[in-house]
Ligand binder design. Structure first.
Ligand SMILES: NC(=O)c1ccc[n+]([C@@H]2O[C@H](COP(=O)([O-])OP(=O)(O)OC[C@H]3O[C@@H](n4cnc5c(N)ncnc54)[C@H](OP(=O)(O)O)[C@@H]3O)[C@@H](O)[C@H]2O)c1
Length: 363
């Protein structure tokens, strides 16, 4: 199963909104005779590749798979058919698939046909692997990555708003890698005004993330890179119903303007996420600035953190720190990341961790 999990990981960024799945086939004597993984959205499932590789040697053997085999006609035929045709006598799955058209149906179908089925081997690891898929299915909202680069004195820009560049080339390359595997990159209006970012992945990858701007006021610049390229790479602007008409020009240039109900703190991050989830976006990346990151942290809406710390000082009371918003009053209420690891990234330090809530719900 550990090997099947490692195979599944190879599909990260290519299979979503499907889950990552890996499979191995053992012959009747326990020799590994086939392996496979779900390689891209709409393509064959892991079991199909593994069983194809095993051929006749699967007869009487075992299929080990990281997720319950599907039993419905989706973009491909049911995997349970392939398992039954193979003559395998046993299936070991890491976890049941909560996808409503499966949800235990695959296990039942196989058992009814006389196949011995065991579920729950390495389940924690399998749930962690597919935490974004499980979150989207369970809550209708995508998995939220929060990212920023800061100086050693905790600033994301100088007092004049200049932020190019805080981190080094290796760190920026890592951010582009992340952009290549998410469905959307989000920024607040302040970042559009200060940085005029393009927010694309360079070089481009398998997946093209939509560029998303959150602005309650709707006061976006008339000229900027996002608007100028909205027909090439999708741009979505979330604003209030009252201010949506200010964005007629953006709409005419190809951006999608989505009005959402306003609250006293602007738009609710969860309302933005619900709309992104309805598009079946599985992973989204919030890149700043301080206002938007603060709103997401106040709403406890972050799952995974990517922080780049550069060995530089810019100083200045007016220079921004990464997270604005309301914040907490007491240290005991501080959000403490779980499973935090740090590594060198060129001359910077890269810190990666999870919101404790995200870790608990994934296990
Ligand atoms: N180092 C880094 O990693 C990094 C990354 C990004 C940005 N930056 C820097 O950050 C600075 C900008 O920071 P900032 O705090 O001004 O920028 P920001 O978060 O990009 O923009 C703040 C604006 O975003 C909108 N917004 C945020 N949360 C909202 C919510 N919940 N509902 C509705 N609208 C919301 C509001 O726009 P309205 O006023 O229109 O309502 C708010 O004024 C710039 O200097 C930039 O260079 C640094």
């Amino acid at each position: 199963m550990k090997h099947a999990l490692a195979l599944a990981e190879r599909g990260r960024g290519a299979v979503e909104p499907n889950p990552m799945v890996g499979a191995v086939v053992l012959d009747a004597a326990g020799n590994l005779v086939g392996e496979g993984w779900h390689q891209k959205f709409g393509g064959p499932h892991a079991e199909v590749f593994a069983l194809q590789a095993a051929g006749e040697r699967a007869r009487g053997g075992t299929v080990i798979v990281t997720l319950e085999p599907c039993c419905h006609h989706g973009k491909t035929p049911p995997c349970t058919d392939a398992v039954l045709r193979s003559g395998a006598k046993r299936v070991v799955a890491a976890m049941a698939d909560p996808f409503p058209k499966v949800a235990g149906g695959g296990v039942k179908l196989l058992r009814d046909a006389g196949v011995e089925v065991e579920v729950g081997v390495c389940e924690t690891e399998a749930r962690r692997l597919n935490a974004p898929y499980l979150k989207l299915l369970g809550t209708g909202r995508p998995w939220v990555h929060l990212k920023w680069a800061m100086t050693l004195d905790g600033k994301i820009a100088t007092r004049t708003g200049d932020s190019k560049w805080i981190s080094g080339e290796e760190s920026r390359a890592k951010v582009h890698q992340l952009r290549r595997r998410v469905d959307a990159v989000l920024v607040g209006r302040g970042t559009v005004v200060a940085d005029d970012p393009l927010l694309t992945a360079r070089p481009a990858g398998l997946r093209t993330a939509a560029r998303v701007v959150v602005t309650a006021s709707g006061d976006l610049p008339e000229r900027c890179q996002l608007r100028a390229t909205a027909r090439e790479v999708p741009v979505i602007v979330y604003t209030t119903a009252a201010n949506a008409e200010k964005l007629t020009g953006w709409r005419a240039d190809g951006a999608e303007v989505v009005p959402l109900p306003a609250s006293d703190t602007g738009l609710s991050p969860n309302a933005v996420l619900a709309d992104l989830g309805a598009r079946r976006f599985t992973n989204v990346l919030v890149e700043g600035g301080a206002g938007l990151l603060g709103a997401f942290l106040d709403a406890n809406a972050g799952d995974e953190f990517h922080v780049f710390i550069a060995p530089k000082f810019v100083g200045g009371d007016k220079a921004m720190s990464p997270v604005g918003g309301r914040g907490v009053e007491l240290m005991r209420d501080a959000l403490e990341l779980a499973e935090c690891v740090t590594e060198a990234c060129g001359g910077d330090v890269y810190l990666h961790g999870f919101s404790p809530g995200a870790v608990i719900s994934a296990t």
